[in-house]
Design a protein around this ligand. Structure first.
Ligand code: ANZ
Length: 975
């Protein structure tokens, strides 16, 4: 074949690989395993754009590389296929979401296959398929039947808890459970009714049903997460959102908070991602302190991280949701308090936290006593205190905390400055606004020690207890939607029971409409006969109407890939023991907290139950950067004429990019340009004479984004442009001197709206998959954000053509010889092998591509067509450009796939340099470079340097003052 024509063989190899099941992964107990995984995609209707494969290509390179290095590689792909878009489409069109999903998956698979990924498609999973979600439901059932034993610091089967209740009641139990949980003896437990027992157990279960304050959006008929609500309305659609108490399924992720935090130390994940998880978990250390009410028996417990500031407390605040409000509000204050509570409750938590300007609150009328100094302290109600954090009550210390200070100033509450010992306050003027006291309590201590001492004091005096708090909340686990996993629960006497495992999967029922019902019930309420009848019972019981949230299936799917067809287990022990965990996991940074935190939680849970061997599911994680679009712009001239012609009816005039630049920088250029415009206008019969001049507007031109296909290499295709916008068919263009219209460009998110989306199909069609793969890697470091620039793609394509030329000449003659390689050729090859191997291990793929390019250039310069050299080069190239590598590999006479060969070893002896190019510096400036063998002595070097033409020229016949030869570094000549 005379030319490199990827279309001649890429799909041939893809088919061949598929037919021969080249990528089939099977357990090889004697081979080391490597599990390379991408976050599986949600198959959206738009298909893939070139940004999506970026991570997939990198993972595929690693997978293929590891295979060549002798690893048994698991590299699967699947689809996160439950979710909103398919459902919304269903609501609009009545088409079942499974149909849309199936279509989209087919598009994705076709696209992925055309890029030549080494997936074992036999292991494909789809979260929306019943044989997959059967196991998601199964894990839910396990969570329901588990509790968190704080003494063992792990999740355990609920039977163990029930056993303990039967033996000793709540006595010896320290569980992560609902705070309001009652204490009881074994005797009492035995006497509780079945319903009562079930109610109690719900307080312990890891999947539980509880009354929760949720963001309810009546218009959308669903609960929204905090980050889906902005300024009291839904982020999608802008519908009003109200706080509502609702029974909701939740997951007790908070039980795992401590381990989720410390576990981060064990895994090689990006530091910014870990930091986000740490913040999300939000550990803080402090104490809970009791403040006795002055007039009655109630206590208010506050959580504080700064017990040391207790002498500065000038008020207490409780959250508007607090049960205490009713008990402590005095009759005089009742009306104002009620009004305040009503409005405050409906503000979203995010607004409440981030709002630093409006300081609102109301006095309850009651006082508490500061246990340290017996001072009377007023109790306020304010929405800056959140009900769900700590105890929902805080001690206000205006002299130490900015928010408290703003509050105190607003309501004229005292500001108490505390000094310890004889120290002075930094700014004595502040004291004018407040009171100064000397507690003498923590004299001379830094704040860390002071906090510890204060906490010990509090514990000794039995005023409070040390306490670790986590900002993280339990995760709501329900959506009032159709297209999700049904929750395998039925209700008896209003209490939830799990379906027997042999009734799984509980399949989604078919319904006629995918909307909530008129009474606001979830879509599953439309299903006929959505009930469970236990065997041997006449009764049937209603099934749960909520479905699981989007994160359920994605929290464990990597185990299913290990054993995707298993009907009896989520994956067999044998396969889990072999594949263990993910060695490299790639995905976008947007999943830093959601998916990756929930997944870690479920993984710890499965680990505690002894179902998997590793606490953490992914050793190494990389966030690939985003590929941005490079939008193309044309510039439409803004002008008026004095004739009353509206702008739309004036000729539309587009200015080429450089002309626009010039006009903006120079008046004379602008005049020249305007004269051109006047000519155009005249030719169109628009009279511009005398005073009836054209009036340029302040901003010279406005930008118009065009479909990027209209501007190849930034040159506008005028005919295509006119076809694309028939309304601009009569537009005029002001060209560059060479007659071209040059477009401007902007780098921004790839989006249909900006016309800058590049479809990988087009790239594959034009250049082939290998070019696409190499080019995506060549764009820059994997983690970075970088623009897609089609201009550079030719370079990678040319590189592959050049490689082809080492094998075939223009006439199609096969050039490969069996000659022994020269030292120079071996050096080129081996330094490339070394670099490629080292860089892949470091996940720097872009530098590998440039090494390939350098290598091929050098081999070309050496006229190298030798089998021994090129065979190894093909192997190291093959993870990046699998098709051309396989094609040329077979042309070398190999019958087996190149991917069944092994990665070559580089040898130091071939790489060793035997000469060095010395920089020759004359009076401190490098003037030339001369190559010497490493054996050359300093004297000989000095002699040759003195004889070189360049040095002689600088010496102008004089003798140098000094010549210093530093072996293998530099020669310094001082004149
Ligand atoms: C007195 C104090 C003095 C506080 C001071 C801070 C600084 P983190 O680190 O986030 O845990 N707080 C406690 N519960 C709260 C709630 N439900 N809503 C709003 N704020 C709450 O913060 C703990 C601190 O935040 C606690 O310590 C409490 O104010 C406040 F110079 O107590 B501090």
């Amino acid at each position: 074949m005379s030319e490199y024509k990827p279309e001649n063989f890429e799909s041939k190899w893809q088919q061949h690989w598929e037919e021969t099941k080249l990528y089939k992964a099977e357990i090889h107990p004697l081979k080391p395993k490597f599990y390379a995984l991408d976050m599986f995609p949600y198959p959206s209707g738009a298909g893939l754009h070139v940004g999506h494969p970026l991570g997939y290509i990198a993972t595929d390179i690693v997978a293929r590389f590891k295979r060549l290095k002798g690893f048994n590689v698991l590299h699967p792909m699947g689809f996160d296929s439950f979710g909103l878009p398919a459902e919304q489409y269903a609501i609009q069109t009545g088409q079942h979401p499974s149909v849309t999903t199936e279509e989209n998956i087919n598009t994705y698979k076709r696209q992925l296959k055309s890029i030549g990924f080494s997936y074992d498609w036999d292991r494909e999973v789809r979260t929306s398929s019943p044989d997959f979600y059967k196991w998601t439901q199964w894990i839910f059932i396990k969570l329901f039947h588990s509790w968190y034993n704080k003494i063992e610091d792990k999740a355990e089967p609920i039977e163990k808890l029930i056993n303990q209740f039967e033996n000793s009641g709540t006595d010896k139990i320290i569980a992560h459970c609902d705070e309001k949980t009652q204490q009881f003896s074994a005797e009492e437990w035995k006497n509780f009714s079945e319903n009562n027992k079930q109610e109690i157990l719900l307080n312990y279960r890891l999947a539980y049903l509880d009354n929760m304050t949720v963001n309810w959006c009546p218009a959308l008929g669903t609960v929204l997460a905090n980050d889906e609500v902005k300024d009291g309305v839904s982020e999608r659609g802008g519908y009003p959102v109200v706080k509502k108490e609702m029974k909701q399924w939740a997951m007790r992720i908070t039980a795992f908070a401590g381990r989720l935090l410390t576990g981060l130390e064990e895994i090689d994940w990006p530091e910014p991602l870990k930091e986000m998880q740490r913040n999300w978990i939000g550990k803080s250390f402090g104490a809970e302190l009791d403040f006795q009410l002055e007039k009655n028996d109630f206590k208010i417990t506050v959580f504080t991280t700064r017990v040391d500031t207790i002498y500065g407390v000038s008020y207490i605040v409780i959250a508007p949701e607090s049960d205490l409000i009713e008990k402590i509000t005095t009759t005089e204050q009742k009306n104002v308090v009620e009004d305040y509570v009503k409005t405050a409750k409906n503000r979203s938590e995010r607004d409440r936290m981030s709002d630093v300007k409006t300081v609102s609150g109301v006095f309850s009328g009651s006082y508490v006593i500061n246990p340290f100094n017996n001072e009377k302290v007023p109790v306020w109600i304010a929405d800056y205190v959140l009900a769900g954090y700590g105890t929902g009550a805080v001690m206000g210390v205006p002299s130490s905390d900015d928010r408290d200070l703003r509050f105190a100033k607003n309501f004229n509450l005292p500001i108490i400055f505390v000094i310890e010992g004889t120290e002075n306050l930094e700014d004595p003027t502040e004291i004018k606004h407040g009171k100064l006291i000397n507690s003498g309590f923590l004299t001379g201590m830094d704040s860390h020690d002071a906090i510890l001492k204060a906490i010990s004091f509090v514990e000794e005096k039995k005023i409070g207890l040390r306490k670790i708090n986590y900002r993280m909340r339990d995760a709501i686990f329900a959506r009032q939607r159709y297209w999700g996993e049904p929750i395998p629960i039925y209700y008896k006497d209003g209490l939830p029971y799990t379906l027997p495992e042999n009734k799984l999967p509980l399949e989604l029922p078919s319904i006629d409409k995918f909307l909530p019902t008129e009474d606001g019930e979830p879509p599953l309420a439309r299903a006929k006969n959505w009930v469970y009848s236990p065997e041997g019972e006449k009764n049937s019981y209603p099934l749960e109407l909520n479905t699981m949230p989007g994160w359920a299936g994605s929290s464990w799917y990597w185990y299913r890939y290990m054993d995707p067809k298993n009907e009896n287990e989520f994956a067999s022990k044998k396969s889990i023991d072999y594949w263990q965990d993910i060695d490299i996991y790639l995905g976008g940074a947007e999943h830093s907290t959601g998916h990756l935190l929930y997944s870690r939680f479920w993984n710890y849970f499965l680990y505690d139950l002894g179902l998997i061997p590793k606490k953490e599911f992914a050793k190494k994680l990389i966030n690939q950067g985003m590929i941005q679009g490079r939008s193309s712009l044309v510039y439409r001239y803004n002008y008026k004429v004095e004739d009353p012609i509206p702008f739309e009816n004036l000729p539309q005039i587009f200015i080429s990019k450089n002309i626009r630049e010039k006009c903006r920088n120079s008046d004379s250029e602008r005049k020249k340009f305007e004269n051109q415009v006047i000519e155009i206008l005249k030719s169109k019969g628009i009279k511009i004479e005398g005073s009836k001049e054209m009036i340029p507007q302040d901003s010279l031109a406005s930008e118009l984004r065009i479909d990027i296909k209209l501007a190849e290499n930034d040159i506008l295709n005028i005919n295509e442009f006119k076809k694309w916008r028939p309304d601009l068919a009569d537009a005029e263009f002001i060209f560059e001197p060479d007659g071209k219209y040059i477009c401007g460009w902007e780098v921004e998110k790839m989006s249909k709206r900006w016309g800058n989306v590049v479809n990988p199909d087009e790239v594959v069609l034009k250049y082939g998959a290998d070019t696409l793969r190499l080019y995506e890697m060549f764009l820059g470091p994997l983690e970075q954000f970088k623009p897609w620039n089609t201009q550079g793609i030719d370079g990678t394509y040319k590189f592959l053509r050049k490689l082809w030329r080492l094998f075939y000449n223009e006439e199609g003659k096969f050039l490969i010889t069996e000659e022994e390689p020269s030292a120079a050729e071996l050096k080129v090859l081996h330094k490339t092998i070394k670099k490629v191997e080292e860089d892949i291990e470091k996940y720097t793929f872009n530098t590998v591509v440039s090494s390939f390019m350098i290598c091929v250039n050098e081999l070309k310069d050496l006229n190298c067509n030798k089998r021994i050299i090129l065979k190894d080069f093909l192997i190291i190239l093959s993870p990046y450009a699998p098709h051309i590598a396989e094609e040329l590999w077979q042309s070398l006479g190999n019958n087996d796939s190149i991917f069944n060969s092994s990665f070559p070893h580089w040898k130091q002896e071939y790489i060793q340099e035997n000469s060095f190019e010395y920089p020759i510096s004359i009076n401190g400036k490098v003037r030339t470079k001369i190559n010497f063998s490493l054996e050359t002595s300093s004297e000989e070097i000095e002699k040759s340097v003195m004889e070189s033409e360049v040095v002689k020229k600088w010496l102008e016949g004089k003798q140098p003052k000094k010549v210093i030869v530093v072996q293998k570094k530099i020669v310094n000549v001082v004149i």
